[in-house]
Design a protein around this ligand. Sequence first.
Ligand code: ADP
Ligand code: MG
Length: 476
Amino acid sequence: MLTQCEVIWNNCLAFIKNQVNEQSFKTWFMPIVPKKFENNILTIQVPSQFFYEWLEEHYLILLRQVITKEIGPEGRLEYSIIVDQGNNKTAPVTINLPTQRNYVQPNNPAPLAHTPHNPFILKNFKDLNQISFLNPNYTFENFVEGDCNQLARSAAQAVAKKPGGNSFNPLMLYGKVGLGKTHIVQALGNEVKARFTDKFVLYASSEQFTTQFIESLRNNSVQDFTHFYLQADVLILDDVQFLVGKEKTQEIFFHIFNHLHQSGKQIVMTSDCPPRDLKGLQERLLSRFKWGLTADLQQPDFETRVAIIKNKMQADGIDIREDLIEYIAQSVDTNIRELEGVLISLIAHASLNKRDMDLGLAKQVLKNIVHDIDTEMSMDYLHKIVTEHFNVSLESIKSKTRKKEIVIARQVAMYLAKQYTNHSLKSIGEFCGGRDHSTVIHAIQAVNDMLHTEQQFKVSLEEIKRKVKIKLPQVS
Ligand code: ADP
Ligand code: MG
C-alpha cells in the first residue's frame, strides 16, 4: 500500500519523465526518495547537498510546475539531505532545506578545525608550483566533451573556478582505464594554477603517495611527509583503488583528508571503479567520499570518438579524411587511450612507408588491433545509420515512446543489430533502452512481417542495409 506522499511523488515522476531526457531522469530523479507529505509540504530525500543544489539550479522551474500540478498552488517542496550516513550505532544525520535560492545556510555539520601547525616550510609559491607534478598538456580545452564525460567535466570545471568553496568536495571521478580521468583532474589542477597563482595544487598518483609514505616511515620523516601534503590548497590523488588493502597508507590519507577538508581545502580523487566496489578501503574513508560528488566517466559514443580523433589530428597538424575518421571511430570503441594508440601507429606507418593516410593503410594498421572488424559492427554506428535514415533521435529510440515512426526505427535497429553484430538478444535489448530479449524477438518478427506486406518498407530497409554495408569495409 503506497503512502500518500509516495503516490504524489510517483505522479510527479511520471510528469517529469516526459520533460527531461532519460539520462537526466536516471541521474537526478530516480535516486530521490519521498519522505513525507504534511501541510502541503512534500519532503523528498536527496543523497547530498550537491544533488540538492543541482536540482535547484537546473530543475527549479520544472519542480515548481509539477508540485503546483500535483498539490496545488500552495504546494511546497522540501529537501531532506543526508549529511552523514551514520553506521550501525548512529543513525544517519539529515538536514532539511526548503526549495528556494538564498536559503539560510544550515549549521555547518563539520566545524572548522584550526589550521594545523606547520613546521615544514617551503620558501615561496614558486617552489610549490614547480612541484605540483602537473602536466601542462592536459587542459579542458583539449578535452573533448561528450555525454560520456559531461558531468565529470563540468564538475571539474566548477571546482577549478572555486576550489574548496563548493559542494563538490571531495570530487571523486571514476571510470575504466583510458577514459580520461587523469586528463580531467590534471586539467582541473592546471586551471586552478592559472586562475589563482597563490594556490598550491598538488597532484600525486596513489602509487607515488604510497611509496613516499613508506619511504618516510623508513627515514623517520612521516611528519614532514604529512605536513607537505597538508599545505595543498588542492590535493589531487589519482587512482585511489591502489590504496586498497594498504591500511597504514589509508590511515595517513584519512588524516590528511580530514585536515584539508576541514580547512576548506579541495580534494579530488579518481578511481577505476565506483567507491562502493573499493573493497578493502576502510569504511570511514569511504564514507568521506560521499560528502562531495561522485561522477563516472563512460565509454565514449561514436560522435565523441569522431570528435576526439579530429581534435588530436588537428592538434598534430595532420589532415585526415572524413571516411577514415569514421572508419577508425567505428572500429575502436573501447577507450580513448587505445584510440590514440591507433592514431599514432597510423601516423607512424604513413610517414615511415611514405604512404598516404588512406583507408587501405588504416585497415592494415587496425588489422592487428581490432578483431573481426568485418563481422563486428559497433552498435553505436548501427544506431547512427538507423536514426539518420528515419530522422529520429537516439534518445527517442531508447525511450519508452510508442509513436509509430519511432517504434519502427527501434525495431529496425534491433533487427539489424541481430543481423550485423555478434551481440546477444539480451544485450541488443539493453542497448535499445533496457528492453528484454523477448521484445527483441518480437521486433525481429515485426520487421520480417513488414518486409512481406509492405513494399515501401522493403525498399527502405534495403537502402539502410546498403548504407550499413558501405560502412562495413572488408579487411583485406
Ligand atoms: P585514465 O586516467 O582514465 O586511465 P587518461 O586520462 O590517461 O585516462 O586518458 C587516456 C588518454 O586519452 C590521454 O592521452 C587523454 O589525453 C586522452 N583522452 C581521454 N579522454 C579524452 C577526451 N574526452 N578528449 C581528448 N582526449 C582524451
Ligand atoms: Mg589515469
